[in-house]
Design a protein around this ligand. Structure first.
Ligand SMILES: [Fe+2]
Length: 307
């Protein structure tokens, strides 16, 4: 290109987008225009536009901005190996559920997913079918059983069933080191040849998410409670199938209609039944009568229901 042409070309180029209240988002988004990774460019550009629109919508004051920075700083400072305050924040804002829902559209045939939650922080220990995961023996004994099948009802032999839950006082083992046995109420099971699994545990009960940090302050300041309805966490997976991260919720539990993290789906609620069967109770080393929670799961095949 000759010097004259280059000059002509340059003079016709649009000038830099200077910052202004009206054009703030465009100015900042333009600074990311050369981002090589197209997905990163898309995400950060959209984030800038939505964030600026939010600030303009509420006309954020400097004091509020400083309070927000302080809140986020303390949220990070609250995190450690066993406490994830940012996941809690994402949970109470419904973002965790939205991401989960978008990424695991079940297509109406698979078991619905729900939030992972902040307490799957350690690998569940492999256990044998029928084992008792309530290592401290506290709580109401409960037999959990179910069957893992594919979308056509075919059993999935050897499906992996990872289960974890809070204790009878509403705490996970990682929240009470030295109080609860390590790996209390956690177990990784392998379904039998018919896709069936069963194990002993305690009847889940409702509990509050940790509220002694910034997220708890947010809930208190906005008049929200911190409770989750009674549930058992599950991750079920098998080769060739899409894994599902889900819960089974206990019918009749308080807070089913106001879960602090928005995790409840109608299809995941089950009754805890009382069974009066001395022989069955003896087989499972349970007092008679005993409580059972039955939850069958359907996995989609790997190529089904992708977002
Ligand atoms: Fe939980």
């Amino acid at each position: 290109m000759s010097g004259t042409l280059a000059q002509a070309f340059l003079c016709c180029e649009p000038g830099p987008v200077l910052f202004s209240e009206e054009g703030s988002a465009e100015a900042v988004a333009a600074s990311f225009a050369e981002t090589e990774d197209p997905r990163l460019r898309e995400v950060v550009t959209s984030l800038v536009h939505h964030l600026h629109a939010f600030v303009k919508d509420v006309e954020l004051t400097e004091e509020e901005w400083a309070a927000a920075i302080d809140f986020l700083t303390r949220t990070g400072q609250k995190c450690d190996d066993v406490r994830q305050e940012f996941i809690l924040l994402s949970d109470v804002l419904g973002v965790s559920m939205l991401v989960e829902t978008i990424n695991h559209r079940a297509g109406g045939t698979g078991t619905e997913s729900t939030v992972l939650g902040p307490f799957h922080m350690v690998e569940s220990p492999p256990r044998e079918l029928g084992d008792d995961i309530a290592l401290d023996g506290k709580g109401t004994p409960c037999l959990v059983r179910g069957r893992v099948t594919g979308p056509d009802g075919e059993p999935i032999p050897g499906a992996s069933v990872d289960a974890w839950q809070a204790n009878d006082e509403g705490f996970y083992d990682v929240q009470q080191p030295g109080v609860q046995p390590e790996y209390n109420l956690r177990g990784l099971f392998t379904a039998d040849d018919d896709g069936r699994f069963h194990f002993r545990t305690i009847e889940p009960r409702h509990y509050p998410i940790p509220y002694d940090g910034p997220v708890g302050e947010l809930l208190a300041a906005t008049g929200r409670h911190a409770f989750r309805p009674a549930h058992l966490h599950l991750i079920v997976s098998a080769p060739g199938y899409r894994p599902v991260t889900t819960h089974v919720f206990v019918a009749g539990s308080p807070y089913l209609d106001s879960d602090a993290v928005f995790g409840v789906k109608e299809s995941l609620i089950r009754d805890v039944a009382e069974v009066d069967d001395p022989a069955l109770a003896a087989k499972h080393h349970l007092p008679n009568p005993f409580h059972t929670l039955t939850f069958d799961l359907t996995l989609l095949r790997q190529d089904q229901g992708a977002p």
